[in-house]
Ligand binder design. Structure first.
Ligand SMILES: Nc1ncnc2c1ncn2[C@@H]1O[C@H](COP(=O)(O)OP(=O)(O)OP(=O)(O)O)[C@@H](O)[C@H]1O
Length: 716
């Protein structure tokens, strides 16, 4: 039976497509509240362990994230075939497209975006989450131009002072240490990516680019880029500090926030305390461990089964225990809200205080000083509670268009699989509440004469408003007066911002003649390297590989049920830390890591095992040991086939911003995308999946097993 709804949401038009499936627009049946629904075929997850791990990780990380500058995940639904991630709807599209349209941005607007990126990233880092794939394509814009960091598929939790191994991301945004294949500090690598993004914001160009991947990687490693003279000198200074090759000398997020350019608009950005500040109690014994949360922890790869278990009952504070408690808090929050409807402030706060989250928020201040921001936030929330304590009742219908009116493309009233809206999770319930509140405000504003606003020349003055309703009371939110934590879109502050935004001048289309950056530039750090003109290459390629996209099918079999964490975790949890394929001859690893960085990872593993390697042709690599058996054959030898496979949406990998790009129909038959690069390897779009298959092996089974385990870990 075909259904057109998931839980309380009617499924509408397609918003986009990633490697795991389509993202559709969803409308809340009762309120018209919009969400993004990411539809993932579970078959994909069972047949591709690395993809499964990626999705598992993404879901758990998103459960841990609640910040106005990061895309929220409200709920997960599933049928026997599909997973549905109910996401915050981010209507303004990708920052990438915005940059394509506008070219380089005026300094104030660039700062406006940059501050939000840094605020969101600082929040992630405070939870020890590194994004590792920051680029304008993964930064979405809300309707009121708020940045939402998205796509945590490459994200990782990093224990304090630990280094990361996997080289991932897009080479244009990846740091020198990442492209060099050495172990790296994930936070410093994210800072580098932000430096590249800042450069792109200010110039509409990339600091490091080359058609030839080998040269590109060398440029990144070298770190030389040209600095257009029109960039404000303070911004130049910040860029120079962010794009420092040596990560130990690279500026930190904390220092960025104190930098003169960052603070030049007097926007007050609040400090976010690290996750380590949370006070947590251990569990009394292993029988108290919540199975679902345990599986989620395993998905984060924080330790082996035994390590995780013993950390949870140990008196010693550990990352594992902290994340257990955070996930528990989120689960409790969702459940409580379901049980009691919109939860009264006192109860929620009591729940939060159980784990002394107040210590986390506002640093180590006492509960009193949980104060201004929290109080403001809570009060706001409380107000909205008072205004509409039952969001799904009565007055919402008067203020919100029905999904049909809002243009749902599939406005079927089919109730199959529908969960009642009253079972919405905490974050969703909160968002619905907020949505209702906004609608009310809008109506109210329409009824009163318009107020004349004095618009300051600072793009962010209005951001000092701390009435963040979106970050207010959910379990892991942190009070923040960040740019994005401003109030609802209908507020005078936002109107003022909008007016200001309208004042931003387009820099003009990025043509060779009009772009100031193509005029003679000053050399940077004594080196010259012309900035690469953002080319007029095709931005969006049409989907052609229908097989690759399960979500192309007109949806959905059985009724979706809501799950806190989807049951696919339980089905597959045994294999979380194992390589299922080890017993098979044909090990297949699929990964979404950029193809160029796959080679960095491969070679890193070869070196680790002391193997020699040789690329036979574009897609095959022979790997063998130096050491020989008595009969003269290598102790171990194997052949790896490397292929780009289904890429539902292909996009140019670098910031090939194109002011006049047309949506051109281009066939994306990725299995054949093996155009040789200088390294003689297949090339593909940055979003395609690459399959590595060991098609032949001989020699030591032990070596083989260790080697493939390493590869899997590195590329998962
Ligand atoms: N919550 C959302 N609101 C609005 N648009 C969205 C939302 N989520 C995704 N999109 C759009 O859909 C596109 C595909 O998203 P999706 O997350 O599936 O792909 P992706 O970012 O390539 O990640 P991956 O392929 O790793 O899953 C995005 O590029 C974005 O334009």
């Amino acid at each position: 039976m075909e259904i057109h709804s998931v839980g309380p949401f009617i499924i509408g038009k397609t918003l986009g497509q990633g490697t795991t499936g389509k993202v559709k627009l969803g409308f809340h049946k009762d309120t018209g509240f919009k969400v993004g629904i990411k539809i993932i075929n579970k078959e994909l997850l069972s047949t591709k362990p690395s993809m499964r791990r990626k999705i598992e990780r993404e879901i758990v990380l998103m459960k841990l994230i609640d910040h106005p500058n990061a895309m929220k995940m409200y709920e997960v639904y599933e049928t026997s075939k599909y997973l549905f991630l109910i996401l915050e709807y981010v209507e303004g599209g990708e920052l990438f497209d915005y940059l394509v349209e506008k070219g380089g941005l005026e300094s104030g607007e660039a700062l406006f975006f940059f501050q939000q990126i840094i605020t969101g990233l600082e929040y992630c880092h405070s939870r020890n989450i590194c994004h590792r794939d920051l680029k304008p394509e993964n930064l979405l814009l809300s309707g009121d131009k708020r940045i939402k960091i998205a796509d945590f598929g490459m994200g990782s939790i990093v224990r304090k002072d630990a280094l990361l191994h996997t080289s991932c991301g897009s080479p244009h945004y990846a740091s020198p240490e990442v492209v060099s294949g050495v172990d790296y500090d994930g936070q410093k690598a994210d800072v580098w990516s932000c430096g590249v993004i800042l450069y792109a914001l200010l110039t509409g160009k990339l600091p490091f680019d080359d058609e030839n991947i080998r040269r590109l990687l060398n440029k990144v490693k070298n770190g030389a880029f040209s600095m257009p003279p029109y960039i404000h000198k303070d911004a130049q200074d910040l860029l120079t500090r962010m794009l420092i090759v040596d990560p130990s000398k690279r500026i930190s997020i904390k220092e960025i926030k104190q930098h003169p350019w960052f603070t030049s608009n007097n926007n007050q950005i609040q400090k976010i305390s690290p996750v380590e500040d949370i006070i947590v109690d251990p569990l009394p014994d292993v029988s108290a461990i919540d199975e679902e949360i345990f599986r989620s922890l395993m998905a984060l790869g924080l330790g082996t089964l035994d390590e995780v278990k013993s950390s949870l009952v140990s008196n010693q504070k550990s990352t594992i225990l902290i994340y257990y408690r955070l996930l528990e808090e989120r689960k409790k929050f969702d459940n409580d809200v379901n049980k009691y409807g919109y939860k009264p402030k006192e109860t929620r706060r009591a729940s939060l205080s159980d784990m002394s989250l107040k210590k986390l928020f506002n640093g180590n201040s006492s509960s009193n000083s949980n104060n201004s921001n929290n109080a403001n936030n809570t009060n706001n929330n409380n107000n909205s509670n008072n205004n509409s304590s039952k969001p799904n009742e009565s007055n919402t219908a008067n203020t919100v268009s029905s999904p049909h009116q809002q243009g749902s493309q599939e406005p079927s009233s089919s109730s199959s699989g529908s969960n009642s809206s009253s079972s919405s999770s905490g974050l969703l319930k909160q968002a619905l509440q907020q949505h209702h509140h906004q609608q009310q405000q809008q109506i109210h504003q329409q009824q009163i004469p318009s107020i004349s606003l004095t618009v300051s020349t600072d793009s962010n003055n209005s951001n000092n408003n701390s009435n963040s309703s979106s970050s207010s009371s959910s379990p892991m939110s942190t009070p923040s007066s960040s740019p994005s934590s401003s109030s609802v879109s209908s507020s005078p502050q936002i109107s003022a911002i909008k007016q200001q935004e309208n004042k931003y001048q387009r820099r003009g289309s990025m043509t060779a003649t009009t772009n100031p950056a193509t005029s003679p530039t000053m050399s940077h750090r004594g080196k010259t390297s012309s900035p690469i003109e953002i080319t007029n290459k095709v931005r969006k390629l049409k989907i052609s590989d229908s097989n690759a996209s399960p979500a192309n099918s007109p949806i959905i079999g059985s009724s979706p049920k809501k799950s806190w964490f989807s049951y696919f975790f339980s089905k597959n949890s045994n294999s979380n830390n194992n390589n299922n394929n080890n017993n098979n001859n044909n090990v297949v690893i699929e990964t979404k890591i950029d193809v160029n960085l796959i080679y960095v990872n491969l070679e890193k593993t070869f070196r680790k095992y002391g193997f020699d390697w040789k690329y036979q042709n574009n897609t095959h690599c022979i790997v063998k040991t130096h050491q020989l058996n008595q009969d003269g054959t290598p102790q171990f030898e194997c052949e790896i086939e490397i292929k780009a496979i289904s890429s539902p949406v292909s996009r140019p990998s670098p910031l090939q911003l194109s002011a006049n790009s047309q949506s051109t129909t281009t066939t994306t038959t990725t299995t054949t995308t093996t155009a040789a690069t200088s390294t003689g390897v297949p090339s593909s779009s940055s979003d395609s999946t690459i399959r590595l298959s060991i098609i032949r092996k001989s020699g030591s089974a032990n070596k083989f097993s260790n080697f493939t385990n390493s590869l899997e870990q590195l590329l998962a």
